[in-house]
Write a protein that binds this ligand. Structure first.
Ligand SMILES: [Zn+2]
Length: 478
């Protein structure tokens, strides 16, 4: 058989690929509970985008199936085994400040600009056209290929959860919803709350503090578990120290530690404001946690018993503890990197539950049961109970698996570049598949515009990705 020039085959279909992708991007497929109905659980826009993509697949000769509007699939090929390609048709809201309208899908300076251009409607259409090339060339396949189109990847992943309750799990597959060359491993992700009720604190039976300087009235920092808090504020009621002395002490602390914040004396109370540096919770060491920097200062005052216990716990176990060393849960994996702890939210108020909300990410070589038991027992020392709000187990495909080696080879053949494989701390759609990796569409060195204003994909990259996906589909399913 003569070798196929996948790029040339893609270029023959370039106009059609571009105009179809533009039409797809012009559908505003943002989650819209207002227009949700049976068959369109996430609203009309997403339903319309789903129908559009299915229409392209059906016209190409694929068999389609809708799963209640939560997800749908389009299939071709034959055989026992199933190759899955998982992508999503929903997009995040467009936001402000665009240079061209977010749903105009204009091509400006070689860039296709639109909400969804890179995440994930552009790559979805690239993969569908890739399949069309394989079909139109009449290449023999020994496996089935199935596009699985999700509809709420940007919110709760109800789509894939619902889909896989009734539908077949592919033998292996990829998602064109992250980076090239290939992401084969993702850490386990947890959102956890350590909660101490007033009663649980009282049961500890701690003796009353002596020479109390101030009472901690409230403390609040952070909004989300997966972000490092950039603001924290504590309110103190002076007791043994006057408010002026506390404020002065705080100012000196800020200065001495090169921190930004202020102390405000008001109505007999002192408000302590702390500014941090917010970064994503997957690498908290890159940020400055306004909450734990604040508790570290508070630790230097003699506070009321409960306030002292709260800041004491934060200071002992969470202050600059990005790897969980003090909790005894530190673990570094050669492949997947370190367990990370982000203290995303701190909440304290007199007479209410006191909370720490944590985002802990862990590699596959340490078990959740193992480290969460340690966290539970340290929490119990101060009357905190551990609640698991979210837990996604680590995801990893063996680097020697044919899925990985085949996609690496295809990438290298198409780009001339070495295809290193990547382990990440975040989550891609790839983890929805039992044996799944993320494969493109963002090429190394390109700025990631996903979720930002002026989201775009370079037209050349869209073409190149289509050629890569075409060869990948063929090689995996032949
Ligand atoms: Zn996405």
């Amino acid at each position: 058989m003569t070798t196929i020039n996948w790029l040339e085959e893609t270029n023959k279909r370039k106009e059609d690929l571009l105009s179809t992708t533009q039409a797809f991007l012009r559908i505003k497929s943002v989650l819209d509970p207002e227009t949700a109905r049976e068959g369109a659980p996430f609203g009309e826009g997403i339903r319309e985008a789903l129908d559009f993509a299915l229409g392209v697949c059906e016209k190409a000769g694929m068999t389609i199936k809708d799963v209640g509007g939560y997800a749908a699939h389009a299939e071709f090929g034959q055989g026992e085994e199933l190759i899955g390609i998982l992508s999503h048709v929903d997009v995040v809201p467009e936001g402000d400040g665009w240079s061209t309208p977010p749903y105009a899908a204009e091509i400006v300076d070689g860039r296709l600009v639109a909400r969804g251009a890179i995440d994930d409607k552009g790559p979805t259409m690239a993969a569908i056209f890739a399949a069309k090339i394989v079909m139109e060339l009449g290449l023999p396949l020994s496996k089935r290929v199935r596009f699985i189109l999700g509809t709420d990847e940007e919110s709760s992943w109800q789509c894939v959860k619902t889909y896989f309750e009734t539908e077949e799990m592919p033998t292996m597959g990829f998602t064109p919803d992250a980076d090239f060359p290939l992401i084969y491993a993702e850490k386990g992700l947890t959102d956890l709350t350590l909660r101490q009720t007033v009663e649980a604190f009282q049961r500890l039976g701690l003796s009353a503090a002596e020479n109390v300087q101030a009472k901690l009235v409230s403390l609040q920092a952070g909004l989300r578990m997966n972000m490092v808090p950039d603001k924290g504020v504590a309110i103190l009621a002076p007791i043994g120290l006057d408010s002026h002395a506390i404020a002065e002490h705080y100012r000196q602390y800020l200065q001495g530690n090169s921190l930004t914040g202020e102390a405000v004396e008001k109505d007999g109370f002192v408000q302590l404001h702390m500014e941090g540096v917010s970064v994503h919770g997957m690498d908290p060491s890159k940020g400055v946690n306004a909450g734990t920097e604040l508790t570290h200062f508070l630790q230097s005052l003699a506070l009321d018993e409960r306030g002292a216990a709260y800041v004491g716990f934060a200071d002992r176990y969470l202050y600059r503890q990005h790897g969980g060393d003090a909790l005894g849960i530190a673990h570094v994996d050669e492949e997947m990197g370190a367990l990370t702890v982000n203290t995303g939210v701190l909440e304290y108020e007199v007479d209410k539950d006191a909370l720490f909300r944590l985002n802990i990410r862990y590699p596959h070589s340490i078990s959740f049961e193992n480290w969460s038991a340690l966290l539970t027992s340290h929490g119990a020392e101060a009357g905190f109970v551990l609640e698991v709000a979210e837990h996604l187990t680590p995801h990893r495909v063996d680097p020697q698996h044919p899925l990985v080696t085949t996609l690496q080879r295809v990438y290298t053949e198409q780009t001339g570049e070495e295809a290193g494989i990547i382990a990440i701390g975040g989550a891609t759609y790839g983890r929805s598949l039992d044996v799944g990796v993320a494969f493109g569409p963002l090429f190394p060195g390109r700025a990631d515009s996903a979720h930002q204003r002026n989201e775009h994909i370079l037209v050349d990259d869209l073409i190149k990705a289509t050629a890569i996906y075409a060869q990948a589909i063929y090689e995996l399913a032949k």
